[in-house]
Design a binder for this molecule. Structure first.
Ligand SMILES: [Zn+2]
Length: 376
């Protein structure tokens, strides 16, 4: 299958340096539907990048015709990947301004809504086209105003993705099960993604002020949905297990799931070959039902339950141990789950400073102990 490789330069922040985004594309750029896949926005989260490497190999093999357009950005954050702090990649936060790379994307929903207001017709498809054009124009203006390499990176990623019907942003937890974040307005329409990636739970989001990539992609459509426009793009953040779960076997499995999503959604031929098992109910709930179990004191973490455990409210899930306590019997506290649910993520470092998230539990109802509504 013919693949086009393009490089999009980022503006240099110092003399003699320049970074760029590498984009692999298949199919006619004007063909629909379009899928956009990126990984490594949090640069140390490598499982998605390896999965996209395998997806590229699979698409290159030309097993099925490309019906739409596929765009793949396997390393979405070359800035973060270049941040090496005393031998360890530091790819979650920008060293230059302290920002989380997956926050602070621009909210262009007001500008887009103002641009298309009054121009809508009863033709739903034409409205989607109109909105996409407006999004492209607003982002082009914003690109001209980007002051730093990081701002430019964020806007470039949005510009590459903004005319897609499906945009998938691949991340991972420190330790975790496969799970998804999807805006609640796309549920249950996105359940094929959950099933084909063998996700354990989907967290349904609603708007925050944080502006992760998925939220920035969704914001204009969410705003216009209230004015009767159907959403032209489904964006999902996908957490592919834990940071250490990186290897060809898992990546091939994930690439297979991604490939089947492309087939099922008519972007790659062979939809009829995709079997979606629909007997087991998809587990999904509001992101407000995600409980972060927080360390109230510092201590060494000793987990009592593994990833994937079904826990009940009040059940001890870990001990926090203080080996400096005068009386060892006093140097240990239990951390308990505050709700019934699935323990789907754990802290990798076995030490918790006060306030650290030790584990996450997904319940079917909103919980009161949540501290944020943010995707990871
Ligand atoms: Zn991440």
């Amino acid at each position: 299958m013919t693949r086009i490789v393009s490089r999009f330069p980022l503006p240099p922040m110092s003399l003699g340096t320049e970074r760029h985004l590498t984009v692999h594309s298949y199919g006619d750029p004007d063909a629909a539907p379009k899928a956009y896949l990126q990984a490594g926005l949090h640069a140390g989260e490598l499982a998605g990048s390896l999965a996209l490497h395998h997806l590229i190999r699979r698409l290159d093999a030309g097993e099925h015709e490309i019906l739409g357009h596929v765009m793949i950005v396997p390393v979405a954050n070359p800035i973060g990947q270049s941040q090496v702090m005393r031998g360890t990649m530091s790819g979650r936060f920008a060293e230059s301004d302290g920002s989380n790379f997956n926050r602070g994307f621009p909210d262009i929903s007001e500008d887009v809504a103002a641009s298309v207001r009054g121009a809508m017709t009863r033709d739903a498809a034409a409205n989607v086209t109109l909105v996409r054009e407006a999004i492209g124009e607003v982002l082009a203006d914003r690109a001209g105003m980007a002051a730093t390499e990081i701002d430019y990176l964020r806007i470039t990623l949005l510009r590459l993705a903004c005319d897609a019907d499906l945009a998938l942003d691949l991340h991972c937890e420190e330790e975790g099960l496969v799970h998804l974040y999807v805006d609640a307005m796309h549920w249950p329409g996105a359940s094929d993604i959950d099933r084909l990636l063998k996700s354990h739970v989907t967290l349904l989001t609603s708007p925050t002020a944080a502006m992760s990539f998925d939220e920035a992609m969704t914001a204009p459509w969410r705003k216009l949905q209230a004015e009767g426009v159907e959403a032209g793009c489904l964006t999902s953040t996908i957490e592919l297990r834990g940071a250490a779960d990186v290897g060809d076997a898992l990546a091939e499995e994930d690439a297979d799931g991604l490939y089947q999503i492309l087939q099922h959604r008519g972007i790659v031929a062979g939809a009829e070959e995709v079997e979606i098992e629909d007997e087991t109910p998809v587990r999904a709930g509001p992101v407000e039902g995600m409980e972060r179990i927080i360390a109230p004191t510092p201590g060494i973490i000793s987990f009592r339950v593994p990833l994937g455990a079904e826990v009940t409210a009040g059940q001890p899930i870990a001990d926090l141990v203080d080996p400096t306590a005068d009386d060892p019997a006093e140097g240990r506290i239990e951390l308990t789950a505050g709700c019934d649910g699935l323990l789907y993520a754990r802290r990798a470092q076995r030490f918790a400073h006060t306030g650290a998230t030790v584990a996450k539990v997904a319940s079917s109802r909103p919980v009161t102990s949540r501290t944020t509504h943010l995707t990871d």
